[in-house]
Write a protein that binds this ligand. Structure first.
Ligand SMILES: O=C[C@H](O)COP(=O)(O)O
Ligand SMILES: CC(=O)C(=O)O
Length: 212
């Protein structure tokens, strides 16, 4: 497993962020890092995504910042040029995955079925996202899918929060979890960075309790 994915595991929780305004990127990066989660997946759901990645890396150079909702190879280039260290997609797109592999860019595509997982495996990946985790069957579904693929690790995202995160984090097949509960849009719009930092701290406290 490459070093970036090992860092996913060390950090444990990857905040999934939607940012409309690049001026929120640095304070958000600071809040996440001070709260104990030096990582963010900045989704390409807004026009500002690349600028936000750049601003986060400028504010916190040691933070692990990647791009989410990457749907095209053009977006891969935009993200990497802005300083993204990994690429994530909600679904499995062979062209995007192959492009990242060719360029030695860590890529974690979304999967939701055994077929998706097998396609990722055939391209040489050992970590996949599982999305949308809770609506698609949650931990029970991931365990059932993972059974034949004991070489794969999963990064479930979608419907995970402080209420159910511990069950996921207890399992060896879970590399890390992703979620937006500590970086919700309304908190960012209200510039409630202190609250984001506190929610992040609570998430890390729970993570540390699970990991002992
Ligand atoms: O689109 C959803 C994000 O990837 C994260 O899911 P979430 O908001 O349920 O945590
Ligand atoms: C959901 C997710 O993983 C993404 O938007 O990239």
């Amino acid at each position: 497993m490459n070093k970036t994915l090992q860092r996913f595991n060390e950090i444990g929780i990857i905040p999934v962020v939607v940012l409309d305004h690049k001026e929120d990127a640095a304070p958000l990066a600071n809040a996440l890092c001070e709260g104990g989660l030096p990582a963010a997946e900045v989704t390409f759901r807004t026009r500002e995504a690349a600028a936000c990645i750049e601003a986060m890396k400028a504010a916190r150079p040691d933070m692990l910042v990647g791009a989410g909702t990457v749907l095209t190879t053009k977006q891969v280039d935009e993200a990497i040029n802005a300083g993204a260290q990994f690429i994530v997609s909600p679904g499995f797109d062979e062209e995007v995955v192959k492009y990242c592999i060719e360029k030695d860019i860590p890529v974690t595509p979304g999967t939701c079925t055994p077929t998706d997982v097998q396609r990722a495996y055939r391209l040489g990946l050992d970590v996949v996202k599982f999305f949308p985790a809770e609506p698609a069957g949650g931990l029970a579904m991931i365990k059932a899918i993972a059974a034949p693929y004991n070489m794969m690790k999963f990064m479930p995202t979608g419907g995970i929060s402080e209420k159910n995160m511990d069950a996921y984090l207890k399992e060896d097949i879970i590399l890390c979890i992703g979620g937006s509960w500590m970086v919700k849009k309304d908190l960012i719009e209200a510039k409630a960075f202190d609250q984001i930092e506190e929610m992040t701290r609570q998430a890390v406290k729970k993570l540390n309790e699970v990991r002992g």
